[in-house]
Design a protein around this ligand. Structure first.
Ligand code: SF4
Length: 237
């Protein structure tokens, strides 16, 4: 699968999710940026999709990105599908010792708006809250939405099999400096895995099935998302 094919699928997943999220009436509003930090995790296909936007004609981009990682940033030790695999096999997995940094995302502009909003990665879209976070300092998310978010993270990682996951700024830094991110593991980058199955509790199963049917039937041009993931829905639908 080449990048333009994956970009098309990724854009459809983002569109589907943004529409789906409306059902939950999140309190998140334009200008709210409590979750816009240097700790965003993304896949390599999402980083490339972001870089493909016109925003990145900015000649100061390299400087912007390198200055964003001078302090601590969160670097995950396992990918979402690795964690799901451990959980499905009921095996313990290594504790994630990654520390979160205090810095602000370099794409947040002076008015508190995201300068790459249309192409922001899934982690940014998935951070929503029933209550305004400034008041309580943390997001308040419905459990089913957490289940759905995890499933979408898994599907995006599956789409980017052969790629990597890691801190968004690390990934972008490597890409703008023409460093390979598929072979140069370490530095907090993790190989992406194929989807091992979804993590759904027994009482969520029916609601999840309805959600997946809606996902599978989402129109992409003259086809649907189902056609891009042969086999993924067989155990769910
Ligand atoms: S990419 Fe945009 S939405 Fe995501 S953390 Fe940065 S400013 Fe916020």
């Amino acid at each position: 699968m080449n990048d333009s094919y994956k970009f098309k699928v990724l854009a459809a997943i983002y569109s589907f999710y943004d529409l789906f999220l409306r059902d939950f009436s999140p309190a998140c509003r334009q200008g709210c940026h409590v979750c816009c930090t240097v700790n965003i995790v993304a896949t390599s296909i999402e980083a490339r999709y972001l870089l493909a936007s016109s925003f990145f004609d900015d000649p100061d981009l390299k400087k912007l990105l390198s200055s964003a990682v001078t302090g601590t940033v969160y670097r995950p030790s396992l990918s979402t599908n690795q964690i799901a695999d451990f959980c499905l096999r009921q095996e313990e997995f290594p504790y994630d010792r990654g520390k979160h940094g205090e810095g602000v995302c370099p794409f947040l502009d002076h008015e508190g708006l995201c300068s790459v909003y249309e192409r922001r990665p899934f982690a940014c879209r998935a951070m929503s809250s029933k209550k305004v976070c400034q008041h309580s300092s943390e997001a308040d998310m419905e459990p089913f939405l957490i289940t759905v978010n995890l499933a979408i993270y898994q599907i995006i990682e599956h789409l980017d099999k052969g790629g990597v996951s890691g801190n968004l700024i690390d990934l972008l830094n490597k890409l703008v400096n023409n460093q390979s991110i598929n072979t140069d593991l370490g530095d907090g980058l993790i190989s992406n895995r194929a989807w091992p199955g979804f993590l759904v509790t027994p009482n969520e199963r029916e609601r999840f099935r309805v959600f997946m049917r809606r996902f599978a039937d989402f129109q992409v041009g003259n086809t649907t998302l189902r056609s891009f993931f042969p086999g993924l829905f067989m155990t769910v639908l």
